[in-house]
Design a protein around this ligand. Sequence first.
Ligand code: CTP
Length: 404
Amino acid sequence: MLKDKKIIIGITAGIAAYKIPYLIRLLIKEGAEVKVIMTPAARDFVTPLTIAVLSKNPCLTEPFERIDGSWNSHVELGNWADLFLIAPATATSLGKMANGIADNLLLATYLAAKCPVYFAPSMDIDMYQHPSTQKNIETLQSFGNKFIAPNSGELASGLCGPGRISEPEDILEILKSHFQVKQSFSKKKVLISAGPTVESIDPVRYISNHSSGLMGYKLAEEFADRGASVTLVSGPTNLKTNYPSINLIDVVSAEEMYHSCIDNFQSSDICIMSAAVSDFKAETIEVSKIKKEKNLSTINLVPTKDILSELGKRKSKNQVLIGFALETDNEFSNAKKKLKNKNLDLIVLNSLKDKGAGFKQKTNKISIIDNEGEIMNFGLKSKEDVAKDIADKIYDFMQTSIFE
Ligand code: CTP
């Protein structure tokens, strides 16, 4: 998987830098092309000569050479790489990366890089657990950067806990699987709906639900990571996504979501409807605020269009259609009914009875049911990992003869 892949390794000034020459050796053995950028302080931990010999390229630190003014262009480096790994990533460098501070060649290249970025923090336990470090890690993940979690164990200080950089062999496996996974949905177009819809009653009030949209956004990012071009039709959420391969279409009402999904459906290979669409809307939206003196005790509701059902009717045999079912009772039989009635290939079931699953949670617990009634159950996981499970299942499903 790594043959001819262009990898930049950024080494920042932590004691775990001593493990990176071995990682470089492993990458070179796999046939990767490796360039290394060190921060000035990292040279106190490993020598540029060791790095240059092992990587077969000059070890870069300065933006330009003082003697002849020749320039190490961060922009060219950023464009050259297929992948940028920052390891070890110290607390200081994480803070600078999260805040756009580019005061050395490594950080300027980080800001210029268009390729996927992985970062492997390493530091003492207290520094690692400090809220500012944790916040910076979260910020970097929200930029789409991939976090390689440190191991727990004895640290250079003698303390024990999380902070040890992941072992070079493990980092190598992560990079290999990155390139393997990256290709699994290349050239595929994926349409995803996410979040709630908001149905106005008057200029002030509305009908909606508690969906945060997180599951749909994590799905969009997972498919983008696997090489797909993604259209994400999102109801109002507090979420952002910075992936260039995600085309975000913001909508408010079920009617708007319906039109965006219909418009984008025909050109899609895979369609996942994870939005919590309002089933009803007010029959008429009042132009002025309804005053309480009116003693209004009922609002006439009419059903919204069922987007997924409509897509199920229009589905061609080369398209894969996936729905979600959020249930509180008779979960499996209700989900199976939706799968059949809406002409789906797969349905993802979450039960609100499961602790940690459903709306407003960072975690989810799902079962996936296929169109032959087979059920796969998964444990409680982060929504990011749930998105991986769903993408893996769709990939397996598409390996069947119809989609070959
Ligand atoms: N869905 C949709 N359009 C609607 C309602 C639901 O596209 N107007 C989709 C959801 O995005 C989800 C699936 O249909 O993928 C099931 O949604 P859910 O709310 O669980 O079921 P409903 O069909 O609305 O039925 P009920 O609310 O009675 O359970």
